[in-house]
Design a protein around this ligand. Structure first.
Ligand SMILES: NC(=O)c1ccc[n+]([C@@H]2O[C@H](COP(=O)([O-])OP(=O)(O)OC[C@H]3O[C@@H](n4cnc5c(N)ncnc54)[C@H](OP(=O)(O)O)[C@@H]3O)[C@@H](O)[C@H]2O)c1
Length: 325
């Protein structure tokens, strides 16, 4: 079968022929239709994610959309190595699939599952968001952050504050549901960037803050914690959920006093912080919300045969979706 093949850890895929999988008692075959180039799919396929397996050569792709032997249209997650989602067929655990509602097309389902899951899981399962709470999404201009803004509003957040470095895209988020935007400049071009961001956050937090969903980590996450420390009333719980580290600053120093002088709760959301059935339920909830919440995700659809020219160069947004057949 045609497939995107990764020959060794850290390598990019090549387009070629790979032996097709065979179904077994608890592993089903999927005829793959589409698979998105999510960060998880990319990093895990190359063996660089904390959940990666070490089987090489293998087919790339950690998730996709396809059709089962009995004709169900499904999203599937974490196919069995050495088979992956970026091939004509994938081999998948029978309980690693989610039915796709009729009104949802293959491309949108493939593109929205992982980034949509991140916001839904962080807000509902980890932060236990309540209606009328105030939410801040840090890194709101990324594919996952944009969806988290929309999902927070759909789930009944009273106010959604969107933060990020991209002022123009933050303005677009006001149309998608954000109630306030706070841009920051933390790349060293403005020596007072961190102070300005902290002051702007404090102005927002004095009016209330309950949940932070963070996709960036690094300096911006640290500044948000400092602003919480300086503006939230004693004992008020602020749930801070980290989902990623797009800033590429994996490590930050947090003064212990922040943990004592606030009721901040630090946690993460991702593979491993939720049991698999719960994670798949979350994706089901996202799929069901696409129509009523009018969730939007920008996509760039390309054929699997162009994998070699797209894999390394494609930005995370618009989200690349490979079509297989
Ligand atoms: N835990 C989970 O369940 C889960 C699920 C999905 C994704 N993630 C993770 O979440 C993160 C974001 O994913 P995504 O899908 O939104 O990716 P994406 O679509 O590629 O967006 C990344 C965003 O990060 C911003 N960014 C990059 N470097 C930055 C910096 N130094 N300062 C400020 N902003 C910066 C970019 O800003 P610009 O707008 O300026 O380009 C872009 O908006 C990734 O780390 C991903 O692995 C986690």
């Amino acid at each position: 079968m045609k497939a995107a093949i990764i020959n060794a850890k850290g390598q990019s895929p090549v387009y070629g022929e790979f032996e097709a999988p065979t179904a077994s008692q608890d592993r089903i075959l999927i005829d793959v239709k589409a698979s998105a180039l999510s960060h998880l799919s990319k990093v895990r396929s190359q063996g660089n994610h904390y959940s990666s397996d070490t089987v090489f050569p293998k087919v790339a792709g950690a998730e996709g959309v396809g059709v089962t032997a009995d004709g169900q249209r499904v999203y599937f997650f974490l196919p069995e190595a050495p088979y992956g989602a970026l091939a004509e067929q994938a081999l998948v655990r029978a309980d690693h699939i989610v039915q796709i509602p009729n009104e949802l097309d293959d491309i949108t389902a493939a593109a929205i599952a992982n980034p949509g899951m991140s916001g839904w899981a962080a807000l509902v399962e980890r932060a236990q968001l309540q209606r009328n709470e105030t939410v801040l999404i840090n890194g709101a201009t990324g594919t996952s952050g944009r969806l988290a803004v929309q999902i927070a509003k759909h789930l009944g957040a009273k106010k959604v504050i969107a933060t990020g470095r991209n002022e123009q895209e933050l303005q677009e988020l006001l149309v998608l549901g954000a109630d306030a935007v706070v841009p920051f400049q933390l790349d060293g071009t403005d020596e007072f960037g961190a102070k300005k961001f902290e002051e702007a956050l404090k102005n927002q937090f004095l009016k209330g803050i309950d949940v932070v969903v963070d996709y960036l980590w690094g300096e911006s996450a640290k500044t948000i914690m400092k602003a919480v420390d300086q503006s939230v009333v004693d004992g008020h719980s602020v749930r801070f959920v980290n989902c990623g580290a797009s800033s590429r600053q994996e490590t930050i120093e947090i003064p212990s006093s922040i943990l004592r002088s606030t009721a901040i709760q630090l946690m993460g959301s991702g593979l491993g912080s939720l049991p698999m059935p719960k994670l798949l339920d979350t994706i089901r909830s996202v799929f069901e919300a696409v129509k009523p919440a009018k969730l939007q995700v920008h996509t760039n659809v390309v054929s699997l045969s162009s994998i070699e020219s797209v894999w390394d160069k494609a930005p995370g947004k618009p989200r690349v979706v490979f079509t297989i057949i």
